[in-house]
Unconditional design. Structure first.
Length: 272
């Protein structure tokens, strides 16, 4: 008898099983929404799919009466700009510190304990400090994203550098390579796909910190819009915005996976 742990679903089953949880959640929502709307057609908690689609289309295609701007696209561009800048800075810091602490013993003894302690500080607890020190503008929002995910990327890159075979480093030194040449020609090509993987795993946290900062102090952004309309219980806008954020995060994850697969094909082959 073939054991369950040795059974692998074929392509059609993989697709069906992957869609199953989404279908179940959608069915549960539709049934709950229909039940509530049957009792009270004006119930705001679980709006119909059609109502949410109309609201989403309105903010996406019709200009705001007060500002003349398309609300969805203004919020999306503002949030993506903050997220992209914060994640980019965190990647650069994580790569530099991770490589140095993983390769150079003096840097490891100096910065590794500090990074470990830094990673234990809840980033949202630091948010008021950032707003006080940096103001409520864009700098504080970007700084929260950097503070939230940079320590994770640093530690992940450091671990990858420490996992490099010692024989490669010895051979490079035997051939006369300097520390700088070892970093550029040996270490960086090995850790770049790991950097993209670590960034992909940290994107969820980055979105969390972005939404939290926008909810407290912003004049546009996806998080700002959600917390602005929550006082009116406007679930017709909140739920589509949450779905839109989820779609953007999913597309970012797919893009990073694709970059790793195309630029570093050896990385996936080695892992598998």
């Amino acid at each position: 008898m073939k054991r369950l742990i040795n059974q692998t679903p074929g392509p059609p089953w993989r697709l069906a099983l992957g869609l199953l949880p989404f279908v179940l959640v959608l069915l549960v929502y539709l049934s709950a929404s229909a039940a509530r709307l049957a009792e009270n057609p004006d119930d705001p908690l679980l709006p119909s799919i059609a109502a949410m689609a109309d609201t989403f289309a309105e903010v996406a295609t019709e200009p705001n009466r007060r500002t003349g701007e398309f609300t969805l696209w203004v919020d999306t561009s503002a949030s993506l700009a903050r997220l992209g800048l914060g994640v980019g800075i965190a990647m650069a810091i994580g790569l530099i510190v991770g490589v140095l602490t993983g390769l150079i013993p003096y840097a490891n003894r100096t910065f590794s304990p500090f990074v470990s302690v830094l990673s234990m500080i809840p980033p949202l607890a630091v948010l008021p400090i950032l707003f006080i020190a940096l103001g409520v503008g864009e700098v504080a929002k970007v700084a929260l994203i950097v503070f939230g995910i940079a320590p994770f990327i640093m530690r992940d890159i450091q671990q990858r550098v420490e996992e490099l075979p010692r024989e490669l480093l010895v051979k490079a030194q035997t051939l006369g390579a300097s520390t700088w040449q070892i970093i550029l020609r040996l270490v960086l090509p090995q850790v770049m796909p790991r950097l993209l993987d670590a960034t992909r795993l940290a994107l969820g946290s980055a979105w969390l910190f972005l939404i939290a900062s926008e909810a407290i102090a912003a004049t546009e952004g996806l998080g700002y819009r959600i917390f602005l309309v929550r006082r009116y219980l406007d679930m017709e806008l909140i739920l589509p915005y949450v779905a839109w954020i989820t779609l953007l995060a999913f597309l970012a994850d797919v893009l990073l996976r694709l970059i790793v697969r195309v630029v570093f094909p050896w990385y996936r082959a080695r892992r598998s």
